[in-house]
Design a protein around this ligand. Structure first.
Ligand SMILES: [Zn+2]
Ligand SMILES: [Zn+2]
Length: 359
């Protein structure tokens, strides 16, 4: 049983502690991956702060890439030595959610098991079924997708969550049709990917809404045709002015309930609102049911961009290789594993697109 270094969350709101843990060998259907790069996602911060329900002690980290080092019984791929993107999307492939193409919401697996333990035998939870803030992981084989060697590990890692979540929110959950108008609320890591997803899928105009002028400049570089400051007293009016009408699709990528309160104002009759950003557990938003019922507006929850990872990750990796999907500019900074708390703090401060830990 390998002993690995992992960043352990021992108390909510406290810095992660790097500990040596035992990682059990992969069981049936599982594989072991040596992590090369892991990005910090806002969900990791929510868990570390206790904003999402969790069990302690745990290891976070779910946007990763690495090389396959061992197969459990019954696993035939990806091949040992191959580069894989590691995601939190664990699925059974046989339940109604999986069979209807929604494997991101499959719940048909056992969360009671964890491959990690302290040397004294105390279990350490693999939060989000991944635990990639560590030198190695043991995950279910369905969570890994092989990608070409052309894509560097720090870029490949981003495909594991932020990129599929943003692009998928537009293409899968939002079902954007070419020529439609899109507004993306929040131009952070996920928002920029929603913007490039809208560009790739053929939107007519893409308006970014953010509280920061510098993030609106980032948005323009990723394909936004217009930018509106969220601090405007009625940003939805400015968006409608830019479009000449209300939007067809609004993607909410921030976890602020105020953004959810405002979202229906951006879309017109039949408009769709895709809910991606995750406020803390227990927070609520208000909307007017009459308006949605009368105008045919739809609220669509979207976890991990409704991605079918074995289809969407190779697609996005290939677009990157062709120069049609931007990943390089998503990486704000590289950090060592020992700097993980500084990298988390930098992400929490809100300026970063993606901070990536490189092993
Ligand atoms: Zn994430
Ligand atoms: Zn399933």
């Amino acid at each position: 049983m390998p002993r690995i270094r992992a960043a352990v969350c021992t108390a909510f709101g406290a810095p992660l502690e790097i500990e040596e843990l035992d990682l059990r060998a992969p069981g049936p259907g599982e594989i072991e991956v040596a992590i090369e790069a892991v990005a910090i996602c806002h969900s990791d911060i929510h868990y570390a702060e206790g904003s999402f329900p969790s069990r302690l002690p745990c290891v976070l980290g779910h946007e990763a890439a690495g090389r396959v080092t061992a197969h459990g019984p019954g696993v035939t791929g990806p091949a040992i030595g191959s580069r894989v993107v590691v995601t939190l999307v664990r699925f059974c492939g046989a339940c109604p959610a999986c069979l209807s193409g929604h494997s991101t919401i499959c719940r048909d697996f056992d969360r009671a098991d964890t491959p990690l333990a302290r040397p004294d035998g105390t279990p350490v939870w693999n939060e989000m079924e991944t635990a990639a803030f560590a030198e190695r992981v043991v995950v279910h084989a369905t969570q890994c997708v092989a990608v070409t060697e052309e894509i560097p590990a720090d870029r490949a890692a981003l495909l594991g969550c932020g990129v599929v979540t943003g692009v998928g929110a537009v293409v899968n959950a939002g079902a954007l049709r070419p020529g439609e108008d899109v507004v993306v609320i929040g131009a952070g890591g996920v928002g920029l990917n929603a913007i490039q997803g809208a560009r790739i899928a053929g939107a007519r105009r893409i308006v970014a809404v953010d509280v920061s002028q510098s993030k609106l400049s980032d948005a323009a570089a990723f394909g936004a045709t217009d930018g509106v400051l969220a601090t405007d007293p009625s940003p939805w009016r400015r968006v409608a002015k830019a479009l000449g009408r209300a939007a067809d699709l609004c993607i909410v990528t921030v976890g602020a309930t105020a953004a959810y309160d405002a979202a229906p104002r951006y879309v017109g009759w039949g408009g769709r609102i895709v809910m991606v950003g995750m406020p803390a557990a227990g927070e609520t938003a208000a909307y007017e049911p009459l308006k949605a019922a009368f105008t045919g507006q739809r609220l669509i929850g979207s976890k991990m961009g409704d991605a079918v990872i074995a289809r969407d990750i190779p697609w996005m990796a290939d677009l990157y290789a062709q120069g049609r999907l931007e990943l390089d500019a998503l990486v704000s900074r590289h950090w060592t594993f020992d700097q993980i708390n500084d990298a988390m703090a930098d992400t929490e401060a809100g300026g970063a697109r993606r901070n990536v830990i490189v092993f």
